[in-house]
Design a protein. Sequence first.
Length: 379
Amino acid sequence: MDSSPNEPTSRSSPSFSQTINDLFYKGHGLKPLTLSQQTSNSIAKMTKYSCHIAFLKTCRDHDIIPRGLRLKDPIGNSKSGSIIHTASLSLLKERLNYYRTLFTQQQQLLKSALDKLQHLLNDNYYDKLLELNKRKSSVLFNTLLTKHDKKFSLLLLELNLPYLSPYSQLQSFNFNHPTISGPLKHTTPLIKPDNARRTVINLTDTQLSAPQTELLSLGLKFSPNEVKPKIGTIASTIESTTRSFDPAVENAIANDITTILQRPSTIKTNLKPHLSKALKSLQKQKKVLKITRVDKGNATVVMTQNQYNEKMLEHLDMDCYSPLKKDPTDSLTRKLDIILKKLLNDKKIDKTFYDSCRTTNPRRPQLYGLPKIHKPGNP
């Protein structure tokens, strides 16, 4: 049956472009065509921005930084990590505001275009245009939502966090108009994160106390201040270091150091009282516990000395090691001194370079191992 010239052709599932062509060929002119394309573009962008906003809000509320917004930590200790995390979180919030601004701009463009179209089109065409825009936006919205659900689940898996993704709780969402909040209005963590326990891995059967865990979460590069400096240790260390200096210089340094050490101590401890007690309790167990860092990552591992020794002995049983008859450290030091003296006498190096390359207190290399907790059969 032929369609009436004043009515759009009946189709089972008309596309947006087909409807636009209908509007154009039915004599509405080029202006409605341009405005209709503008409304389509604005709603598509608003849909995209609303999904980005929902994802960023979810990350923000769970205190998770998406990969693209993570700043590189050039130092790698616990304090710098905290600073970097705070800065990355600020960057996340700025990105969130950026998408909100873009959303508002498109919202204003959409309102202006719809107001103009309402005066140019009859109600039948105008309602049909809105319906097709709504349908197109719903498809795009669900596609992006699935993508962001996958991204957020990967973040939870990567960081090993005890959360449930709020995306998994969504029912079918009827998209009428994209909103700044999106469908995820409540993205509070289901379980409060325990940042300390994420960085301390206890492989022993002994339960660590909360202060001990908090102390170890500061990282192995954290250095507690000594309220009372160990003068004897400092003096012996300086003496061994200045032994190769000129006697007059050595005496002058010794006198200055003695004067400084005799002054009243003004050092303030950087540990709270409960952490100081935790440090002392761990020091008493240093013959039983082995505290080290992981092979990959920024976590602190607590294991027993027996666990550590067994793993190291397994490692030494490999064919890549062979025993030495004696310690070659002194012999290698003498050979190095002979070569350096010859180069100095031949004027191929100067005295400054000679002194910097000499080894006055040689130490033999030490074998150590780092647990691979990311592999089965750890440590």
